[in-house]
Design a protein around this ligand. Structure first.
Ligand SMILES: Nc1ncnc2c1ncn2[C@@H]1O[C@H](COP(=O)(O)OP(=O)(O)OP(=O)(O)O)[C@@H](O)[C@H]1O
Length: 309
């Protein structure tokens, strides 16, 4: 762990009454100003982990530090410095957006002005609308405004864009990036892998209470095979291609005339195929060459974990 770690988690375990262990010894750290995403299938243990980081629950075992303090025992010190975006903030429907923020601002040290908090999340023009009349996406933005109110050093975002349309999602991503760029440390839990791919510096993929994969997004993705697909040129069979194993191809399948290859060595395989095509003066129609996406990496990791059970 580094000296600049804002969040440090060492061998965290969390069991529920009855003995079920939802988090089974995970370790990670989040550096100052970093955006860290916690991903996982349903029930993987994300919420059970984040609740401990937020100081809402105590760990069953292990060590957790947020801004150098125990978030549960030293809640009074940690809480004013963190912002938590809860799912379904449970606001009173009769109050307007501005009244809701003002009420919370009254309990927050060093709160942003109400107008600023609402502008930040794109609710400036909806300030006088009652909460019950806000759309689902607007309520989500109000949740975010609350989390930002105290200018937190560490921001916990739980599914921040659920219910937002594509434009709203992009706007929230911009806002989160802006906060990160000005030094806010962000912990994001999300089911949208595209969101993690867009925002996260590093991530951990949880599966059944353990970290199945983690690290920089590019590294997690590049650990998965890339794809090449193309149409076999007229008159050629798969056997006419150069030996695929020699090109670093790990598996292949055909569907009609379409050939799909998987390879951990994209450049080598693609170069070999293109050289072959040039030498044979044929065109590889529909050629598609691409790295794995985070979504593919996630699915593959989940499959591998299931297979090793
Ligand atoms: N209060 C509780 N008592 C007993 N088991 C619980 C309790 N809360 C959660 N669990 C179990 O712990 C496991 C992890 O749950 P958790 O909510 O942390 O997962 P998650 O990754 O946040 O899931 P999701 O993506 O569905 O929100 C699940 O199997 C869940 O059923």
């Amino acid at each position: 762990m580094t000296d600049t770690a804002v969040i440090e988690v060492e061998d965290l375990r969390r069991s529920y009454a009855g003995g079920f262990e939802a988090v089974s010894g995970i370790s990670f750290s989040v550096a100052a100003g970093e955006l860290f995403a916690l991903l996982g299938t349903n029930g993987a243990g994300k919420t059970s982990t984040v609740e401990v980081l937020e100081g809402l629950e105590r760990p069953t075992a292990g060590r957790v530090r947020v801004l150098g303090h125990d978030p549960y025992r030293e809640r009074g010190v940690v809480r004013p410095r963190i912002g938590v975006m809860l799912q379904e903030g449970g606001f009173a429907g009769e109050l307007t957006a501005a009244e809701t923020v003002r009420m919370w601002a009254g309990c927050t040290t060093g709160a942003r002005p109400v107008g600023e908090a609402l502008e930040m999340v794109g609710l400036g023009r909806r300030r006088d609308v009652r909460v019950k009349q806000l759309s689902g996406g607007e309520k989500r933005r109000l949740d975010l405004a609350m989390a930002l109110l105290g200018r937190p050093e560490v921001l916990f975002l739980d599914e921040p864009t659920t219910g937002l349309d594509a434009e709203g999602r992009r706007e929230t991503w911009e806002l989160v990036r802006g906060l990160r760029d000005t030094g806010t440390t962000v912990v994001l839990t999300t089911h949208y892998l595209e969101e993690a791919e867009e925002l996260a510096d590093r991530l951990a993929i949880l599966h059944e209470g353990r970290i199945a994969a983690g690290g920089r997004v590019a590294d997690v993705v590049s650990a998965q095979p890339s794809h090449i697909s193309f149409e076999l040129p007229d008159g050629y069979l798969v056997g006419d291609l150069p030996p695929l194993a020699a090109l670093g191809v790990s598996s292949h399948e055909t569907a009609g005339r379409t050939v799909r290859l998987r390879t951990p060595e994209l450049q080598r395989a693609a170069t070999g195929l293109l050289v072959w095509a040039r030498e044979n003066r044929v065109e590889l129609r529909g050629l598609d060459v691409r790295s794995a996406s985070l979504e593919e990496a996630f699915m593959q990791i989940a499959r591998e974990q299931e297979a090793t059970r």
